[in-house]
Design a protein around this ligand. Structure first.
Ligand code: FAD
Length: 494
């Protein structure tokens, strides 16, 4: 007999609800706990998982395997080519191991919910219990409804309800203990499972040797690393978060998104740590930096709540159906220039190059480049959403879809469609001395002063041209007018 925990986006031992419950059940029954992870190349393909993220997952699994081995818990990893075959293969494994109980944390994406429903049914038919428990959000989707009994589709009232709920139900911030050590006999009983190897990346998601090295040094894996990063952020930077978080040249944000995404850190643990540095237990009180950071972590919950309640957002549809009729430009050259960071707008280009080089982009810049693609270039926001997923180490469907919907004005609680970021003003406001631009665009390193924001117009372009930096692919005013006209037309407004 055995109890199994199925790891997915929760690659940690501490504060992992399902893993904790699985451990308790194994203890109660006096049987070993087995950890399992399924690598699915077809899932990676279907979900556009970035190679850098696949690499991070596989490196994280190595660390997790070691962490679990210290508790005499094996981590069994297997590759299943076809995603449809996953439930069937898991059932076979459970039978092979004589397992009586499978535990997993729920994932709210449509495909994953369907897969879990299928597995729950087949487990039941085979006399195996399966518990799928909510864990990834601090307040699980379904807990908060507005006074009129509807689902919230605006962040601010939802956030107030989220804070009130946590204050009223303090136990939601209780952290789950790491699993107990397996009985000594587990080593022998599960000897073969301990030998299981972490595979290398599937063919469709391989990195080059240089990329592998680069990302390895930029993004160390594992939950210990996540906890250290969190502690350092809370000790040194969270106090100034409110004042500094919008300036991409500063390392003022936590860079924890990769850990939230792979589950090496739980949102509960992060919020508890932040609150522990405050002068009050209230999430919306005390130091401003801490309040603001907690409210940003809450955005992650909000977008999962949106995905759970309006699952059609997973099916390529805008949250706001009235935005379906906008006529987009399908200009391949413009799209390519955007992807490569060659639009002639330095702040946009610096941001895209940061993404391409590091697998991550600062939040302010994510908003600037998303707005630029959807509004200045009038390119279907879904192409940008896709490009982000294919390149982000923290690529998360709900947050990415939410961020794109916000910026393109097609999503939940979005920017009004007539609010069009002026990239020049954004650049001057958030990268005033051009430090971020110079860091990411080597062609502009030698451009001095304010010319950095528009080298051709202000600096007469000499240095930029010589260094091979492109001229603007579109003009701001004409693009703005075209965007307003096209959105109005799509919405059927005068
Ligand atoms: P911090 O500023 O330290 O914030 C702490 C945590 O709060 C983040 O790690 C993240 O989990 C959460 N958070 C902060 N802002 C947001 C937000 N706007 N929406 C949801 N969660 C938030 N975030 C992702 O994790 N994955 C994505 O794929 C993703 N795509 C985005 C696409 C667009 C177009 C936009 C505008 C935003 C996107 N975001 C995404 C949100 C945000 O940009 C990142 O979470 C943030 O930049 C990560 O850096 P950090 O960990 O230093 O954040």
């Amino acid at each position: 007999d055995a109890v199994v925990h199925w790891f997915k986006c929760d690659l940690r031992t501490k504060d992992n609800k399902s893993l904790h419950l699985a451990s308790e059940k194994a203890k109660e029954k006096g049987v070993p706990l087995i950890g399992m992870y399924i690598v699915s190349p077809q899932d990676f393909e279907a979900h556009l998982t970035a190679p850098v993220r696949v690499d991070f997952i596989l490196r994280t699994l190595e660390v997790l395997k070691e962490d679990l081995a210290k508790l005499d818990i094996p981590l069994y990893v297997e590759t299943v080519e076809k995603r449809k075959a996953i439930p069937g293969r898991i059932l076979e494994l459970l039978k092979e191991w004589g397992a009586s109980h499978l535990f997993a944390n729920v994932e709210y994406e449509v495909d994953e919910l369907r897969r879990e429903a299928k597995l729950v049914r087949s487990c039941l038919e085979n006399g195996i219990a399966m518990d799928v428990v909510p864990d990834t959000c601090v307040v699980s989707p379904g807990e908060l409804t507005s006074g009129s009994g509807r689902q919230y589709s605006v962040y601010s009232p939802w956030y107030r309800a989220w804070v009130a709920y946590i204050h009223q139900n303090a136990t939601v911030l209780d952290l789950f203990d790491a699993p107990s050590k397996n009985p000594g006999s587990a080593r022998e009983q599960c000897a073969k499972l301990f030998e299981s190897k972490i595979p290398s990346a599937p063919e469709n998601k391989k990195l080059t040797g240089e990329e592998k090295k680069r990302f390895k040094s930029m993004w160390p894996p594992g939950e210990q690393e996540a906890h250290e990063r969190l502690k350092k952020f809370c000790d040194e930077r969270i106090g100034g978060y409110q004042d500094h978080r919008n300036f991409p040249a500063e390392a003022a944000t936590s860079s924890l998104s990769v850990h939230f995404k792979s589950g090496t850190l739980s949102a509960r643990t992060a919020i508890c740590a932040a609150r522990g540095h405050n002068t009050t237990k209230k999430l919306d009180g005390g130091k401003q930096g801490i309040q603001t950071w907690i409210s940003e972590v809450a955005w992650r919950d909000f977008y999962k709540h949106v995905m759970a309640h309006w699952p059609y957002v997973c099916m390529n549809k805008p949250f706001k159906p009235e935005y379906t009729n906008i006529e987009w430009e399908y200009n391949d050259e413009h799209f390519k220039a955007w992807c490569e960071g060659c639009t002639g707008y330095p702040i946009v280009d610096a941001a895209m190059r940061q993404l391409n080089h590091s697998g991550w982009m600062h939040n302010r810049c994510r908003m600037i480049v998303a707005s630029f693609l959807a509004k200045h270039l009038l390119i279907d926001w879904r192409m940008g959403e896709r490009y982000f997923m294919e390149h982000l180490i923290d690529g998360d469907f709900a947050s990415n879809n939410g961020g794109w919907g916000f910026s393109a004005s097609t999503g939940v609680d979005p920017q009004p469609y007539f609010r069009i970021f002026n990239p020049l003003l954004q650049s001057e406001k958030f990268d005033n001395d051009g430090e971020y631009i110079r860091k990411w665009i080597p062609e502009l390193k030698g451009i001095e002063g304010k010319a950095i924001h528009e080298p051709y117009e202000r600096g007469k372009g000499k240095g930029a041209k010589k260094a091979g930096y492109p001229e603007r692919i579109v003009e701001h005013k004409a693009s703005r007018d075209r965007c307003l006209a096209r959105y109005k037309e799509g919405l059927g407004r005068d």
